[in-house]
Design a protein around this ligand. Sequence first.
Ligand code: PLP
Length: 378
Amino acid sequence: MYFRNLSLNFLDMLTDIMKKHNYSAGPCILPQEVFEQSAAAILDFNNSGLSILEISHRSKDFVGVMEEARALALELLGLTGKGYQALFLHGGASMEFLMVPYNLMKENGKAAYLDTGTWASGAIKEAKSFGETVVVASSKNENYNHIPREYTVPADADYFHCTSNNTIFGTQMKEFPNVDMPVVCDMSSDIFSRVLDFSKFDLIYAGAQKNMGPAGAALVVVKEEILGKTGRNIPSMLDYQKHIAAESMYNTPPVFPIYASLLTLRWLKAQGGIAAIEKINNAKAKLLYDEIDRNAYFRGSANAADRSNMNATFLLENEEHAPIFDQLWKQAGISGLAGHRSVGGYRASMYNALPLESVEVLVEVMKDFESKISGMNF
Ligand SMILES: Cc1ncc(COP(=O)(O)O)c(C=O)c1O
C-alpha cells in the first residue's frame, strides 16, 4: 500500500466549475452527482485503493456493478420477473440496427419498419442486408416532421420495429400499434423519461449517451422467449443469447460507461423513478413549447401533436435575426442549442438531468430576444 496525493491544482479545479445550461442532444447532461461520484470512482472505487478504470471486470466489485445495473434497468422499466434480460453491450444503438435482424429475422423471413427519421432509416438500411424489409410508412417526404399514423403491418412479419423518439427531428411516438408479433423499439433518446407499458415491447434498445450515461454502451432489454428462432448462424459477439448466457460479460464490457449508467439509474430511482421524472419532463417541455407558440419570432418545426418532450426543435421566423438570438443564448451560459443540419434552426434537448431552471433561462432569453427585435422594428 502507498499513498497517492492529489495535486492541489486538481482540487481547485473541482471546486470552481461554471456549469453551462447543457442542451446537447447526446452525449448530454447527466446528473451532477453522477459526475462527482464517477470522478471519485476514477480515483478510488469503493475504497478499494484502485480506480474503476483499473479493476478487473471479473472482480467481485465490478460483477456487483453489472448485476445491479442490469437488475435496476429492469426494475425501473417495471419488467422484473417478466421474462426479460437486460444487457449492456458495446457498439452503441447503431450496433443494434444489425443485431436485431440477425437475431430476430428468420432465414427468408420478413421484418416491418416504421420510418420516422434518420435513425429509423439507418435501422432499415441494416435490416435490408438480412431479408425482406417492409417500410410500413414514412414521413421522409415531409422531412420527418410528424409520425405517420395510418399504416398496416404485414401479419407475417417476424417483428415490427419503431423509434420512439426522433432525436434529430423532435418528434415522439405517443402511441404504439397493437400487432401480433414481437415489437422492437429504439428508445435511445427517451428511455427512462416517461411512463409506458414497457411489457408491450419485446426488445428495447438504447445508446447510453442520453438518459442513461456516457457514450460507449447500449442497453438492450429483451424478452428471452423471442430469441433463438431464426435458423441463422449468428456470430458470437452479435448473438443476444450468448450475451445472456455470459451475464453481459461475453467479452470485456465497457466498464466505465456501465458504472456511470448505474449511478444515473440509482439517481433516477432516488428521484422517484420514471413516474416522478416524467412530471418534471412534462413541465419543462410545456414551458418551452408554450413560449415557442406564444412568441411571434419563433415557430416549432415538428407537428404539434407529435412534439417530443426530449428534443424540442424550433426555427426563427426570420433567419436574419439568428446572430442576435445566438449571441443572447450564448451570453446566458447556454450550450448545445444549434439544430441538426438536416432541420436547421434550434434543438433544445431536455433530457432527464436537465434542470427546470435551465429551461426557465432559455425562455427568458427568448422573451428578451422578442423585446429586442420588436424594439428594433419601431
Ligand atoms: C434515436 C437514436 N437511435 C440511434 C442513435 C445512434 O446511436 P449510437 O451513436 O449510440 O450508435 C441515435 C443517436 O443519437 C439516436 O438518437
